[in-house]
Design a binder for this molecule. Structure first.
Ligand code: KG4
Ligand code: ZN
Length: 337
């Protein structure tokens, strides 16, 4: 089998080709990050338009790298939910058209399940059953994953996603976009105990997250509550201490909730995906927790943590079972936050 997958749920236009083992033959990603940088976040309309101009060249490139042509394909997979509705529609329309013209099965992939499945691509043993933690700019979710196509959502953020909090705090500190990498860098010179920021829900049983109170706490600390201070930019050391203390608060919550989920479901493997998993301090904290809890931790290399189409390889599992989706498959926009 040769499966083409397309991914356009947010601001990366991506295509990949893989076999049903699954083995990834090619993976092409065109990032739009530069287009959104000056707005401090992803602008949906700009994302949709950029996907429109990128999607076919990216598919072409993925086929070229895999040394295949459209005629060699067995199926077309596409991330159809969750994400920016206009952005998804571009990839979904391209995938449906290819499936219809080539007479191939269409397989819709849940983007969040794909993030967790990316861990399987880089782990020799079966990762299932596992707890899946997806931490990105749009999502912060915990899943109980009993098998490659059997995912149960057990926790979500009730407001901001973890990556979104990094981006907003970077903006408060005048550090630019995307915030995650720059906060991580600045935090290295800071004291994570300088400020005690809130760790929402950490002491509660529920597996949900909330980062908007944390962001507001940073804003009040840096800018006070008076309008005249609204544009105050902190000095270098203060910014480093705020960044380090903020980052530590996010890490404490992500680690605490993952630990609770593992113990609640009696699972011994934790799979992590999403752009925030690039954070070195988070990775170290995850490794330490895994050693303490004697569990297997799977965090793929960075290029498989952020959005890509290879994670659509979860489609191979469905294809093997003879499953596919109708050509009128709806884009499931919205955000499973
Ligand atoms: O998964 P992703 O590439 O795109 C989606 O949001 O779907 O994640 C992007 C998010 C951004 O919010 C970015 O600030 C965050 O991941 N991020 C990081 C780091 N690198 C990227 N957050 C913390 N530390 C990092 N090193
Ligand atoms: Zn994603």
């Amino acid at each position: 089998m040769r499966i083409l997958a397309i991914e356009t749920t947010c601001d990366e236009t991506a295509a990949a080709v893989f076999t049903d083992e699954p083995r990834v033959l090619s993976s092409i990603i065109a990032s739009q990050s530069d287009l959104h940088a000056r707005f401090g976040g992803v602008v949906p309309e700009i994302a949709s338009r950029a996907h429109l101009s990128q999607v076919l060249p990216v598919v072409d490139e993925a086929l070229r790298e895999a040394e295949l042509t459209l005629e060699d394909l067995t199926a077309v997979a596409v991330a159809y939910t969750p994400g920016l509705i206009g952005a998804i529609l571009v990839g979904l329309s391209a995938a449906k058209t290819l499936a219809m013209v080539l007479g191939l099965p269409l397989i819709g992939v849940n983007h969040l399940e794909g993030h967790i499945y990316a861990c399987q691509l880089h782990h020799d043993e079966d990762v299932f059953p596992c707890i899946g933690l997806v931490v990105s700019g749009g999502h912060t979710n915990l899943f109980y994953c009993q098998g490659p196509t059997d995912f149960q959502l057990i926790g979500s953020t009730i407001d901001d996603a973890a990556g979104e909090a990094f981006d907003k705090v970077a903006s408060i500190l005048g550090l630019g976009y995307p915030g995650g990498p720059v906060i991580e860098k600045v935090a290295r010179a800071g004291n994570p105990k300088a400020y005690r920021f809130p760790r929402t829900f950490l002491r509660e049983d529920r597996l949900d997250f909330s980062f908007s109170g944390l962001k507001t706490a940073v804003r009040y600390l840096v800018q006070g509550q008076n309008a005249q201070d609204a544009h105050r930019i902190p000095g270098e050391q203060e910014a480093a201490d705020v960044a380090a203390s903020f980052q530590q608060a996010v890490i404490d919550v992500l680690i605490g909730k993952s630990r609770q989920a593992l113990s609640k479901h009696g699972v011994k493997t934790l799979c992590v995906g999403g752009g925030v998993a690039a954070n070195g301090a988070l990775r170290s904290a995850l490794e330490q927790m895994a050693a303490e809890e004697k569990i297997t931790l799977v965090v793929p290399p960075l290029r498989w943590c952020t959005d890509n189409a290879a994670m659509g390889a979860v489609a191979a599992e469905r294809l093997r079972r003879g499953e596919s989706d109708p050509l009128d498959l709806d884009a499931g926009g919205g955000l499973v936050r």
